[in-house]
Design a protein around this ligand. Structure first.
Ligand code: FE
Length: 278
């Protein structure tokens, strides 16, 4: 059996976004710009209210999907056509921006700590102008698989015959994995698919390649062929795992708009200015 090895390790970078929210950008940086089909991954993890309380006031999106996953704390969202809700500890929201959404996302404290992730998944050009939609999955509806020393929350895709509650337009898998000390996790992925692993607690080792332990705050970009094979370190290991089929199309990107051509970006700006985006 071939197992994937580490192609590259990338450290997340602290940046400021929204109305002054301090976050760690893991994908969408000069070092990890576009890991097809993944456009962006941000980590909010702080107990300083000033880092996030200004939130993300009204802003548009077009051409991709956002996935918000709260581990601790709440995110209140509201869009320009009346949809609203609150995501709380352990919940996932899948938002297909499609042709356009204008919304706000405002973090709220739970005992001071805010800890969550927002992922942006690209859409193929044929689906970029599809109808906007939401899939809100409260924590109790997130599929969880627990075996010896292993807990996998299936946020998207399918783990060992357990499909996620959410449907994804771009075929991806997104797992939140918790491994006890020295426990081993394996998962098959078609050759050619992108595989990314972000460690957020403890440490892990990839495959049997003796490449050393990966510590929190680091994204591992894995090679293109074989199964995924991860072993936790002495103190256990927790990580987000992303796998996806590359879309292999040009990307034209400007802030919250991600399209295939520059002309489509100009059109998105015109639609937003004319009030016809959403
Ligand atoms: Fe947004």
């Amino acid at each position: 059996m071939t197992t994937r090895s580490i192609e590259r390790l990338v450290e997340g970078q602290f940046v400021s976004d929204g109305a002054g929210v301090r976050l760690r950008r893991i994908i969408g940086t000069p070092q990890a710009d576009y890991l097809d089909p993944f456009l962006m991954l941000d980590e909010f993890r702080t107990d300083e209210a000033d880092d996030y309380i200004a939130g993300f006031p009204d802003h548009p999106h077009r051409g991709f999907e956002t996935v918000t996953y709260m581990i601790h704390g709440r995110m209140r969202h509201q869009d320009s056509v009346g949809n609203s809700g609150v995501l709380s500890d352990g919940a996932v929201q899948w938002m297909t921006a499609g042709r356009g959404i204008i919304h706000s996302e405002m973090p709220e404290q739970t005992n001071g700590l805010l800890w969550g992730y927002q992922l942006w998944v690209n859409l193929p050009s044929a689906l970029k102008m599809s109808s906007p939609q939401y899939q809100d999955i409260p924590t109790n509806d997130v599929v969880e698989v627990e075996t010896d020393g292993l807990k996998i929350r299936v946020l998207a895709g399918n783990y060992a015959g357990h499909p996620a509650t959410a449907d994804t337009l771009t075929p991806i898998a997104y797992f939140d994995a918790s491994l006890d000390a020295q426990c081993n996790f394996t998962h098959p992925v078609p050759d050619g698919h992108t595989v990314l692993l972000y460690v957020y607690d403890g440490s892990v080792q990839i495959g049997g390649d003796g490449s050393g332990e990966i510590s929190p705050g680091t994204l591992a970009i894995l090679s293109r062929a074989g199964d995924i094979d991860v072993t936790a370190g002495e103190g256990g290991g927790k990580f987000l795992l992303l796998t996806g089929e590359p879309i292999n199309e040009p990307v034209a990107r400007m802030g919250p708009f991600v399209m295939t051509t520059e002309e489509e970006i100009h059109q998105a700006v015109r639609d937003y200015q004319a009030g016809t985006l959403a």
